[in-house]
Design a protein around this ligand. Structure first.
Ligand code: NAP
Length: 351
């Protein structure tokens, strides 16, 4: 008889509306910046007080569309705005290092889009600067701020799944050819983009891979168009990952433990249901919530960041910097193993 709970634990995520209202500056005026503002405004009391763009016209246009008080015509001007508590870095990932170092250097707390950096070495320098300056830093891997992941974390902490033997993940989406993901100069290709979700899930569950093999297929644009990986931990437990730019895939994940199996009822990285079945399949528990997308989910990370900063914390337990660094280490490994050729990242350190 397999030890299996009677019920799922409740989510412990506090009411996002109760999070202290911080003044945010948004760095970059692209797609995710708009999703983040819309979701956070609808579900929290956070204040979007300023936006910074490489162009003043763009900043002013964005500020007027989103009713933001101040428009800055440079990122330097934004991060030096004394009225702001925290900067949300929403530039392309090959620029995160430069922009996060700029914001931390100006004494601002930072939430940075995923992946937080192009390498573990960059991530470490960012974490060290934040720590040295007593500032908050987190990677905006919003999946792990969702209520369903708090439930999953509790199941994992209680050992309900037993030893994790196998994790199977995928994430594919369709993109038009003008999207930055096809641009080699912006570190395009799925690994640093869609791939951060499955890779972060695998490293969260199994730690840094002990072994890793895989295959990539290059796209005519010069970025990799898709890749598949197989990884194992020190005990030989396995994980697989596939990610593609050529079409939508189920974007599902299955976590097989010796005591139970967790399956997602929709995209694992978005709000939605999951089931936990005992290993023999005899008992099943369901987490039932509506399927959602960015609008229904991004605000949880904003509220958590506000709570942590107000409480004087340097990071969040929902996405600890060490977890980001382990994922970046796995990415370094994928880049080396598959011979991915990103353009030279910015390594200059600012303090
Ligand atoms: N959490 C999520 O679900 C999610 C979803 C999508 C993307 N992301 C992440 O968010 C980041 C931005 O993605 P996005 O889809 O929002 O990109 P995007 O629409 O292309 O926007 C990026 C913004 O960065 C700024 N930027 C600064 N230097 C740039 C350069 N050299 N080339 C292009 N833009 C530059 C631009 O703002 P200005 O011109 O105003 O300076 C631009 O609007 C990426 O790291 C991505 O991985 C996260």
């Amino acid at each position: 008889m397999i030890d299996f709970p009677q019920t799922l634990p409740a989510s412990r995520i506090p009411d996002p509306m109760a999070a202290p209202a911080l003044r945010w500056g948004v760095l970059g005026t692209g797609w995710i910046a708009e999703q983040f503002i819309a979701s956070t405004r609808a579900h929290t009391r956070q204040i979007f007080a300023a936006v910074g763009s490489r162009s003043l016209d763009k900043a002013q246009d964005f500020a007027s569309r989103w009713e933001i008080e101040t428009a800055h015509g440079s990122y330097t001007s934004l991060v030096n705005d004394p009225s702001l508590d925290v900067i949300y870095v929403a530039s392309p990932h090959n620029l995160h290092f430069e922009h996060v170092m700029l914001a931390l250097g100006a004494g601002k707390h930072v939430l940075v889009e995923k992946p937080m950096a192009m390498s573990q070495s960059q991530g470490r320098q960012m974490a060290e600067l934040a720590q040295r300056k007593g500032l908050f830093l987190a990677e905006a891997l919003w999946t792990y701020f969702l209520p369903k992941f708090d439930v999953i974390d509790q199941l994992l902490a209680a050992g309900t799944l037993g030893e994790i033997k196998s994790v199977q993940t995928d994430y594919g989406e369709y993109f038009t050819r003008d999207h930055r993901i096809f641009n080699p100069a912006l570190a395009g290709g799925p690994l640093m983009d869609l791939g951060t979700y499955p890779l972060s899930l695998i490293t969260r569950l199994m730690g840094a891979p002990a072994t890793l093999v895989g295959q990539k297929q290059m796209d005519e644009s010069g970025v990799h168009g898709q890749l598949s990986l197989m990884m194992a931990d020190h005990a030989g437990n396995q994980a697989t990952l596939s990610t593609t730019l050529y079409g939508f895939t189920p974007t599902n994940a299955v976590i097989v433990g010796t005591k139970a199996t967790l399956r997602f009822g929709s995209e694992f990285n978005l709000p939605g249901p999951f089931t936990l079945a005992s290993a023999d399949g005899a008992s099943v528990l369901t987490w039932d919530e509506p399927r959602g997308r960015h609008f229904e989910g991004l605000f949880y990370e904003a509220a958590e960041v506000a709570r942590c900063i107000a409480a004087g914390q340097g990071e969040t337990p929902r996405r600890p910097l060490e977890a980001s660094l382990v994922m970046l280490g796995a990415m370094d490994r994928v880049i080396g193993t598959l011979g991915l050729d990103y353009l030279a990242p910015v390594e200059e350190v600012m303090s």
